[in-house]
Design a protein around this ligand. Structure first.
Ligand code: ATP
Ligand code: MG
Length: 249
């Protein structure tokens, strides 16, 4: 509220609404002053994230770009609740991460986040179908017929119909990455975090995978934060965030 006589001071708001079709929806992700240091308390202590504030709205589709070593994977791991920040606050779906213990963080991660890693981390002893079903088995204790139908549909949508019973070692790197994407989408997460998901795919496969993430975002309203170096793909996002030397540009 403005009182007469007081100077008009612009309020620096960390959580500005983005210019995208998702404007006006609730934030799925809020970051406030996130910092991350490695080797804390040692002579080689290094701060790699220097106070990141960011909001991602429900159903927003955002590209994260920046030079190698700028902290993109570190930031995604923190948002994915895989490692804690050194300072700052993070909330996902309205839940403040700092108020949760490890078990609650694991539950929040499983219920809300689908993570596509830079390196796929498939389990080599399991088939493609079993790998995609794993999140459902962990969440529900069993693979329901609905979960299996969804897993088969996702594998088909990433171009892997017929590869359901192949193990990761029998698939190319690009195919393995597509299994990892199907796995990340299997529980219809509200927030998809993807760390260079198309980095080791050829152009056609990269386009297909990107289109799949975009369709999933439209069909299910999943917000998506995707690390990409590809300007063509970044141009197809609602918004592009630039991380340089641990700071948002
Ligand atoms: N576990 C760790 N211990 C110490 N330093 C680390 C650790 N993980 C990352 N770093 C450092 O943090 C900085 C950011 O690394 P990060 O992997 O987040 O960058 P990136 O932007 O994802 O790079 P790329 O595009 O190559 O994947 C780098 O200087 C890296 O060496
Ligand atoms: Mg990285």
């Amino acid at each position: 509220m403005n009182q007469p006589g007081l100077p008009q001071v612009p309020v620096a708001h960390a959580f500005e609404a983005p210019q995208s079709p998702a404007v006006g929806r609730a934030p799925i992700l809020l970051l406030d002053g996130i910092r991350k240091s490695y080797n804390l308390g040692t002579p080689v202590e290094t701060e790699v994230l220097h106070g990141i504030s960011l909001a991602l709205q429900e159903a927003e589709f955002v590209a994260l770009k920046g030079p190698s070593g700028s902290g993109k994977s570190t930031l995604l791991n923190i948002i994915g609740l895989l490692e804690p920040p050194t300072a700052g606050r993070l909330s996902i779906g309205g839940q403040a991460a700092e108020s949760l213990d490890d078990a609650a963080l694991t539950r929040l991660r499983g219920a809300t986040i689908g993570f596509v890693f830079q390196f796929h981390h498939l389990l080599p002893a399991f088939t493609a179908l079993e790998n995609v079903l794993l999140p459902s088995i962990i969440a529900q204790g069993t693979a329901t017929p609905e979960a299996e139908a969804m897993a088969r549909e996702l594998l088909a949508r990433v171009g892997l119909k017929g590869a359901e019973y192949k193990r990761p070692g029998e698939l190319s790197g690009g195919m393995q990455q597509r299994v990892a994407i199907a796995r990340a989408l299997s529980l219809k997460p509200r927030l998809i975090l993807a760390d260079e998901p198309t980095g080791n795919l050829d152009t056609v496969s990269a386009d297909e995978v990107f289109t799949l993430l975009r369709e999933f975002n439209r069909d299910h309203g999943s917000a998506c934060l995707i690390v990409t170096h590809d300007p063509r793909l970044a141009a197809r996002c609602d918004r592009v965030i630039d991380l340089v030397d641990g700071r948002l540009r």
